[in-house]
Design a protein around this ligand. Structure first.
Ligand SMILES: Nc1ncnc2c1ncn2[C@@H]1O[C@H](COP(=O)(O)OP(=O)(O)OP(=O)(O)O)[C@@H](O)[C@H]1O
Ligand SMILES: [Mg+2]
Length: 599
């Protein structure tokens, strides 16, 4: 910005200049006028005196020795000096000097003029008197005959003295006016400055984002207009900022509540912004990554490559990756990169959206494994059945003993297949009904259900001398679906019997917690290694495949229990020590106390 002069000087200097110019003009004009007037007056005085002097001389023509005496008599007591000069230039009379000592006066301009004209005037410095003088000469004629030139003269110092006095007065007046002008300028400046300051301070506050209070309106109309315009601008600004803030907040809320990770990258590969989900997926702080390059923000080379590729291309890009962040398990990501453009259509960067598809992948794998496992489980008995049927046809039927044995083996495999299909069906039915919320839970006593489950398993236990004890209070109630709960308890009892040695006991106990009713199924059997506990409830998972299969198990029993408990909005847990036995616990939802009072 060029250097600016202050308003004060802008107002004051022109004021002062105008006053000074006016003063000089007045001074020059008045001095000239005054000089002219005073000289004119002096000239007319001289003329009257010269005429009077002429009349005195006229009675005694031509001039002679008495003329000088007459001059001296007339001039006595007057500032005017009278001189009489003959046409040849010789001075014959003078009121102040001795004419004999005066030189020829023909060369004096007033005298020269008076020889031909009626009057000659000259103003000059007199060497004789050492003063500025005005001279007025007139010819003295009598019947066309020129006898002499009569001259009257007077010092004009007093004229210039008077002019000087007037000039001084004017100068003094001018100084006073100039001083008043300065004060007036200052007052005007102050009047203008105060509202200007207020407007300036207000505008600065607006710039800082403080839109209240509004600017006061100054009483000068133009200033008031400026202030009003600024106020209107501030109001509009405030409204716009409000709208922008609201839109930004909405956008931020949407972004931060999204499950998908979203981040923007500009053309220099710098992060423009990132939502919380992206921070979680990439293991970085969304606030700290703003402005950093992708290399600084996260160390996932596959994603960095993807961003570069998406920035270089024009099209929307989609890829799936597996990412491995230190200290976390592997995740599967489905990533989209969409070009970002500004209003004029120029590329400004890309928007990356990441879906965490780890869970989806896991479920896909489970499904795939399930199909493979199920097929495998079906194929084994089918192969056996096919083999024995062929053996029978090939002649084994002729031997009744062999035939009977093979048929019973076939029967066993068919039973196993039937059991498998039954389990698969019940698993999918429970799953489906849970999903559709079709399983009805009722608040009722659980003792009867447990009793019937124990009863149904007692036969299998008795065969191996395994006792099943049940401890349950009659009044204990929970939210249950009786047939499903019975099936779950039966599955647990079946496993417990399978795991127990002959003659051991199994206990079914109940317990109560604040919000849950617990059903424990405890055995003193084999127990389960800790490493297997996590996977126990997966479909087809068996700790000891051979042993389970020998007993006709499919590995679906505990998966069914888990699903039944999910349908009950509860869960199943297990504690086990190898060699010492296992305890499976069903957690059921308790009936809320107020409901008990109502019923
Ligand atoms: N009480 C237990 N003690 C020791 N191991 C057990 C016990 N319960 C289950 N297991 C182990 O967990 C595996 C899975 O049990 P699950 O009930 O799902 O299948 P299964 O009993 O083999 O077959 P199914 O129940 O379908 O007939 C079993 O094979 C067994 O190895
Ligand atoms: Mg089982």
């Amino acid at each position: 910005m060029a250097k600016k002069r202050r308003l004060y000087w802008q107002l004051f200097i022109p004021y002062l200049l105008i006053v000074l110019l006016a003063l000089i003009a007045v001074l020059l004009y008045s001095s000239n006028l005054l000089e002219e007037i005073l000289l004119k007056q002096t000239e007319s005085d001289l003329r009257s005196q010269a005429i009077l002097f002429q009349e005195q001389l006229r009675s005694d023509l031509p001039p002679d020795d008495r003329t000088d005496a007459l001059c001296k008599t007339l001039g006595r007591g007057l500032p005017t000096r009278f001189t009489v000069i003959l046409p040849n230039g010789r001075v014959v009379g003078d009121s102040d000097e001795d004419p004999a000592r005066m030189d020829n006066h023909l060369d004096r301009p007033e005298v020269a003029t008076a020889l031909t004209e009626p009057v000659g005037v000259s103003t000059r410095f007199s060497n004789t008197l050492g003063k500025r003088m005005m001279y007025l000469a007139m010819p003295l004629r009598e019947s066309q005959m020129l006898f002499a030139i009569v001259r009257a003269s007077v010092p004009i110092e007093s004229v210039y003295g008077r002019i000087k006095t007037v000039q001084n007065r004017i100068l003094l007046g001018g100084a006073i006016v100039a001083f008043l002008a300065v004060i007036a300028g200052f007052l005007v400046y102050r009047r203008v400055r105060r509202p200007l300051r207020q407007i300036q301070e207000g505008a600065m506050a607006f710039a800082r984002g403080e839109f209240q209070p509004k600017l006061p309106l100054p009483d000068t109309e133009e200033m008031a207009q400026v202030a009003e315009t600024l106020n209107r601008m501030a109001a509009e600004l405030q409204q716009r900022i409000g709208t922008i803030t609201q839109q930004r907040n909405e956008l931020e809320t949407v972004l931060s509540s999204m499950a998908e990770g979203v981040f923007g990258v500009d053309r220099d590969e710098r992060i423009m912004g990132m939502n919380q989900a992206a921070g979680r997926i990439l293991g970085c702080d969304p606030l700290l990554t703003r402005g950093k390059t992708i290399q600084e923000a996260f160390r996932i080379s596959s994603l960095q490559e993807f961003v570069k590729k998406a920035l270089a291309g024009e099209e929307r890009l989609e890829e799936d990756f597996l990412i491995n962040i230190y200290g976390e398990r592997e995740r599967a990501l489905n990533v989209h990169g969409t070009p970002l453009r500004d209003e004029s259509g120029n590329r400004t960067g890309i928007l990356v959206v990441m879906h965490d598809i780890t869970e989806l992948r896991r479920l896909e794998n489970i499904r795939r494994d399930f199909v493979a496992n199920a097929s495998h489980e079906i194929r084994t008995p089918l192969t056996a059945i096919k083999g024995f049927v062929e053996t029978l046809r090939d002649g084994a039927m002729q031997n009744p003993e062999d035939a009977d044995r093979f048929l019973s083996i076939i029967q066993k495999h068919v039973d196993r297949l039937a059991a498998l299909v039954e389990d698969l069906l019940s698993l999918s039915r429970i799953e489906r009904e849970t999903e559709r919320d079709e399983i009805i839970l009722e608040e009722q006593a659980i003792q009867g259900v447990l009793e019937s489950a124990v009863q149904l398993c007692r036969g299998k236990g008795d065969a191996r001398n395994i006792r099943i004890e049940l401890v349950c209070s009659e009044t204990l109630k929970a939210k249950i679906n009786p047939p499903l709960l019975e099936q779950a308890v039966m599955n647990l009892l079946d496993n417990a019997i399978n795991a127990s040695a002959d003659g051991k006991a199994i206990r079914v106990e109940t317990g109560e917690q604040e919000t849950e009713v617990l059903v424990h199924v405890k055995d003193l059997g084999l127990g389960i290694e800790k490493g297997n506990l996590d996977r126990l409830f997966e479909r087809f998972y068996r700790v000891d495949k051979a042993r389970s299969r020998k007993r006709g198990g499919t590995g679906l029993g505990l998966a069914i229990v888990k699903h039944i408990m999910e349908a009950h909005k509860g869960r199943v847990t297990v504690e086990s020590r190898p060699g010492a036995g296992s305890a499976f616990t069903l957690h059921l939802q308790k009936v809320s106390p107020e409901k008990i009072i109502q019923s």
